[in-house]
Design a protein around this ligand. Structure first.
Ligand SMILES: [Zn+2]
Length: 673
């Protein structure tokens, strides 16, 4: 790594002020002192060159203040990464809208956040922007963060003629897929240009954009290309709640941190966390939500970027004090948080190819509406399926990682891989999964797994049919009054005869060597019609392959859990996990609302078990957590000492080698050496 970037540690504590309402130049220059008092060591600097809620450095206007601010920051031990906005025009550039702004299909300007023009990446605005990067040459900064670029399709005259040149027809005659491909290629071209420009201005600077890792509408290949132009992988996992808080999964922050880890390789990773309760910029999150989000990001091995969208006066209240406590905790244990590595034994697969092509739904954020792409069909919804599998693992207190096509070469690290509705699969992924199971891994999958190519061409049979031990024959429809029954076998559920069936099932023909563990009952005429018959059609199929095992659910198993939370679905998954996984630590006596992660410290000698307690009043935002007592940690490896980091308690194992934990409030870290 080059010199400039090397002066930044791997794990960072990044502050940000996303506007300037400080009132005077002097107040602005006092901000680094405030960051220092909180414990931050880096600022993603916005407010010295902001115009309301947008910021692009302009030499003639901002040179003096930036020079003085960097000097103040240096004295306060704060390193600077400069913020540059590349998705909206400055308000003072409104008179350039005709040349620079995006328009929709009707020729109307596209407005971001209701007020700003979105900038067209095929216009001469890009020249203005690249010049601005050039003008930063003289400053002692560590890199540039590019916020954006915008994800919408532009239909201005420039974009239309470029489209016609590339596709041979005007956009209004083109297919949705062509329009979307043009949109994404425009973004990738721009990211490449700003990355290369930054490196040309100073090869030592870090360059990165605001990455959307979950609903990017990008294939695995496209995602790989985008990430190659990023030196830090950062995403807005801690910007919440855009929609109704009660609809937000309690695992959201941690989940995004897992995605960042899966996408980052050996690059730095960061979760952008808004101090304010989005979308209200001047209303802060509760202290409890603040702590939970921060703790969850730490628990999953990412750095926190903490930013506010109001005045620093807003940091003087209880939420400010809460984040200060968290940053101080992060700082105090900085040596443990540098270069941590996951110690999880179970992985959950996210498929970019399936997310791009198969039916899925998006998540509303600052950049993206909640609308998915039209015209895609599959029997299920990929987003819900992934969410169901994630929820089952989280609510079972199982430590796990996210694996995608981007880091599929890491599979050998895990005993168990869960593959919710991974419908669209490349040949490379097929081979990697076969190798994983051949070498002793356990694969748990459902629904239309590997029934489509990576570009959504339907196959006659599952590409993994020999591994799954089933062949594809067709589909069966079920309604919310149908059932399956478990045969005697490893997953017979005690005391429950009928378990709700997923709403669409796959008509799967088991191979002779495969074992059918559960069967779907014939559909009932109605919910009050008759006693269900015993199961007939194969539903849960276990198959040996090489030295490993496949468990296949012939239906939208994970999706039904996401929607209906059937407790026995989670129980069945846990029965399989107990048989096949070897976690290094297990949390016992725990409610479903505690997140558990296991990571080795960078020095390698400490196993850090993070517990984040989301037990609240069954509502979001959480104002008060419910403390949890009686938690027991079972450590499945030799150790000589155990202590808690937050409460500072030394833990002695009982006669059975179990560790009894002190009362858990928002979070705790158990360090085992
Ligand atoms: Zn355009």
């Amino acid at each position: 790594m080059d010199d400039t970037a090397a002066t930044l540690p791997f794990h960072l504590r990044i502050a940000a002020l996303q506007c300037n309402f400080e009132g005077s130049r002097q107040n602005t220059l006092n901000v680094p002192k405030l960051w220092n008092s909180f414990g931050f060591n880096t600022e993603q600097l916005f407010h010295t060159h902001s115009e309301l809620y947008s910021a692009v450095f302009r030499k003639e206007a901002h040179t003096d203040i930036l020079r003085d601010y960097i000097e103040k920051s240096r004295k306060n031990g704060i390193q600077i990464i400069l913020y540059m906005n590349c998705h909206i025009l400055l308000e003072s550039q409104n008179d350039r809208a005709e040349d620079w702004a995006q328009v929709d299909r009707n020729g109307e300007y596209i407005r971001s956040y209701g007020t700003y023009h979105a900038c067209c990446l095929n216009s001469s605005w890009t020249d203005f922007f690249l010049e601005s990067i050039e003008s930063l040459k003289e400053f002692d900064i560590r890199g540039i963060f590019f916020d954006g670029p915008s994800s919408s399709s532009c239909f201005c005259s420039r974009c239309c003629s470029l489209f016609e040149k590339e596709y041979g027809l005007p956009p209004d005659q083109a297919e949705e897929q062509q329009i979307d491909r043009f949109r994404l290629r425009t973004i990738i071209r721009f990211i490449k240009r700003i990355y290369e420009k930054t490196k040309k201005v100073n090869p030592g600077w870090l360059s990165y954009v605001n990455a959307n890792l979950m609903h990017a509408r990008a294939s695995a290949e496209e995602m790989r290309e985008i990430l190659s132009y990023n030196d830090i992988i950062g995403t807005e996992g801690g910007f919440q709640f855009y929609g109704p808080p009660s609809d937000t999964d309690i695992w959201r922050c941690g989940m995004h941190a897992k995605f960042v880890e899966a996408a980052s390789g050996d690059k730095r990773r960061v979760i952008f966390m808004a101090g304010d309760q989005k979308p209200w910029s001047w209303y802060m999150h509760t202290p409890t939500e603040t702590k939970l989000c921060y703790a969850s990001v730490l628990a999953n091995g990412a750095s926190v970027w903490y930013g506010i969208h109001s005045s620093t006066q807003n940091l003087k209240g209880v939420s400010g004090r809460a984040v200060q406590e968290m940053v101080q905790f992060d700082k105090k244990h900085d040596h443990l948080y540098q270069n941590t590595e996951s110690a999880a034994d179970t992985a959950l697969f996210f498929s970019y190819n399936t997310s791009k092509h198969y039916t899925s739904s998006g998540e509303a954020t600052d950049f993206y509406g909640s609308e998915g792409l039209k015209g895609r069909t599959g029997i299920g919804n990929y987003t819900d399926s992934f969410r169901g599998a994630y929820g089952m693992l989280f609510r079972s207190c199982v430590p796990f990682d996210v694996v995608t096509e981007l880091n599929i070469d890491s599979l050998s690290t895990y005993s168990v891989l869960i593959l919710p509705t991974c419908a669209c699969m490349s040949r490379d992924t097929v081979l990697a999964l076969k190798e994983f199971v051949t070498n002793g891994g356990t694969l748990i999958s459902d629904s239309e797994t590997a029934l489509y190519s990576d570009t959504f061409e339907k196959q006659e049979n599952f590409m993994l049919n020999d591994l799954l031990g089933v062949s594809f024959k067709g589909y069966r429809s079920y309604r919310t009054h149908d059932y399956f029954t478990c045969d005697t076998g490893p997953i017979k559920s005690a005391g429950v005869e009928y378990i709700p069936a997923p709403l669409t099932a796959v008509d799967a023909v088991p191979a002779e060597i495969a074992q059918v563990c559960a069967r779907l009952c014939p559909p009932l005429a109605g919910r009050y019609s008759d006693r269900p018959e015993s199961g007939v059609y194969p539903f849960i199929i276990k198959n040996g392959y090489g030295s490993g095992t496949s468990w296949y659910f012939a239906g939208r198993f994970f999706e039904l859990y996401s929607t209906y939370g059937i407790p026995h679905y989670k129980e069945i998954l846990n029965t399989i996990l107990t048989e096949h996984s070897s976690p290094c630590a297990e949390l016992l006596n725990a409610p479903e609302s505690i997140e558990v992660t296991v990571r080795f410290s960078g020095t390698g000698d400490t196993l850090m078990v993070h517990l984040v307690n989301y037990s609240g009043g069954m509502n979001r935002p959480i104002t008060d957590i419910i403390p949890v007592s009686g938690l027991v940690l079972k450590v499945n490896r030799g150790f000589s000492s155990a202590r808690t980091l937050l409460s500072g308690t030394n833990l002695e194992p009982d006669a059975n080698g179990l560790l009894h934990l002190p009362e858990l409030r928002e979070f705790e870290v158990v360090c085992i050496e």
